[in-house]
Write a protein that binds this ligand. Structure first.
Ligand SMILES: [Zn+2]
Length: 409
């Protein structure tokens, strides 16, 4: 028996491949070379229970009742009824395919990835999550304690630029690389010495720094989430061009990420060592990359994410913030809860500048926002620049924001 320590209820961290049939096994048992081979996902005690010839083995630890599987699987190397995953332990193993919990044994649940995995217990889900039908999902009824005393966080920098239209509209590098509540790590070909995609207007920079610091302070005592700072992605180039233009490879469609008004920011996440831009959800459909969340996010720190969105909405500078279609409804509900509890001002929740598409309505938000949210500032702030001094071309064209999906991670 192979010992694999499963670190958490949802053991899968990645789907390796869609499988092609290496060996077709229909039903629970199939006859191979005179021996009895049990389907991947079947209960077992010893390797011989799974396959007399030893190609399918019995995973023990962490899988209640045992789990027949092929270990160290590769692309296309699993049987037709299973697919190859990387478990939380780092081991690669074939797991049984499923469409619903009914397809899995008792004690197992069908994950967002479509594999029979160990069902959660209430105690195995983190704070802010709840075990529903065998899976850990965001619990909108749970508050991310502690609630009192709420820190005042008066030290957070102001988001308002008071230096006049010209200065506030001037592009600067987003520096320093690390500040309160954020990291502007190198991304998409940047290096620390050459952060050429990380220029933004002074007022954009001030707004993001303010929100990052405020959220870090206000949520300091919250136990859910990885507790890491916001990670910043593409902004504009120094001359206001779309990031990547310098390398003759603009990473965003025409009309977006121009002149320092826009920024991509990684979602707050539950797991992992940082919040760098990475998918926070399953994003395949029929084994193919879908470029959007195809199931509820399983690595979104919903509460901190809602805090940062609400904090930004409380300013008068946000034109729009775009999120994935599976994120939008969740944060809308969570923001309301945070407003009610006093973590966010009521202004945050009156704001309706959140953009998302649950189906592809052509507005440009449906695809490519599975690993970041996109913020865009308005041109004409209510608090005061003379508009004739803004020498910024109006933003035209699609809001579509492809954002270098494949190269980001
Ligand atoms: Zn963007």
């Amino acid at each position: 028996m192979i010992k694999i320590r499963v670190l958490e209820a949802t053991a899968i961290v990645a789907l390796l491949s869609c499988s092609e049939a290496a060996q077709t096994i229909n039903g629970i048992e199939a006859r191979v070379d005179g021996g009895t081979v049990r389907a991947v996902g079947s209960a077992c005690v010893t390797d011989k229970d799974c396959d007399p010839d030893g190609s399918i083995r019995c995973i023990g630890d962490g899988f209640p009742g045992g789990y027949c599987s092929q270990i160290d699987c590769k692309t296309g190397g699993c049987s037709a009824d299973s697919e190859c995953y990387i478990l939380a332990s780092g081991v690669r193993a074939c797991l049984a395919k499923c469409e619903s919990n009914a397809d899995c044994r008792q004690g197992y649940a069908c994950t967002d990835n479509g594999a029979c995995d160990v069902a959660c217990a209430e105690s195995s889900c983190g704070d802010g999550l709840t075990c529903t039908e065998g899976r850990c999902v965001a619990d909108l009824t749970k508050h991310p304690a502690p609630r009192f005393p709420e820190p005042a966080c008066d030290d957070a920098p102001d988001w308002r630029c008071r230096d006049g239209a010209t200065e506030c509209g001037t592009l600067y590098p987003f520096e320093p690389v690390d500040g309160p509540g954020y990291t502007n790590y190198p991304i998409n070909g940047e290096t620390l010495a050459d952060q050429y995609r990380s220029f933004a207007r002074k007022d954009t920079i001030m707004l993001v720094k303010s929100a990052a610091a405020l959220v870090a302070c206000k949520t300091k005592g919250w136990r859910m989430g990885n507790g890491q700072v916001l990670a910043l992605g593409d902004m504009s180039e120094a001359n206001g061009a779309i990031p990547g233009t310098r390398e003759n490879d603009p990473g965003h469609p025409a009309g977006t990420h121009l002149n320092g008004f826009d920024m991509d920011i990684g979602y707050f996440q539950l797991k992992g060592a940082d919040n760098q831009l990475r998918p926070i959800c399953m994003h395949t459909e029929n084994g193919k990359e879908a470029y959007h969340c195809t199931a509820a996010p399983n690595n979104l720190d919903l509460w901190r994410q809602s805090m940062v969105l609400g904090t930004m909405f409380a300013t008068d500078r946000i034109r729009v913030i775009g999120v994935d279609g599976k994120v939008g409804a969740l944060v809308t509900v969570a923001m309301k809860s945070l407003c009610k509890e006093g973590f966010l001002s009521n202004d945050s929740c009156k704001n309706e500048k959140l953009a998302y598409e649950e189906t592809d309505g052509g507005a440009g938000w449906y695809l490519f926002h599975l690993h970041h949210f996109h913020i865009s500032l308005n041109k004409y702030p209510a608090h005061g620049y003379p508009t004739e001094m803004l020498s910024i071309a109006p933003q035209r064209g699609s809001l579509r924001d492809r954002d270098m999906l494949m190269r980001s991670h």
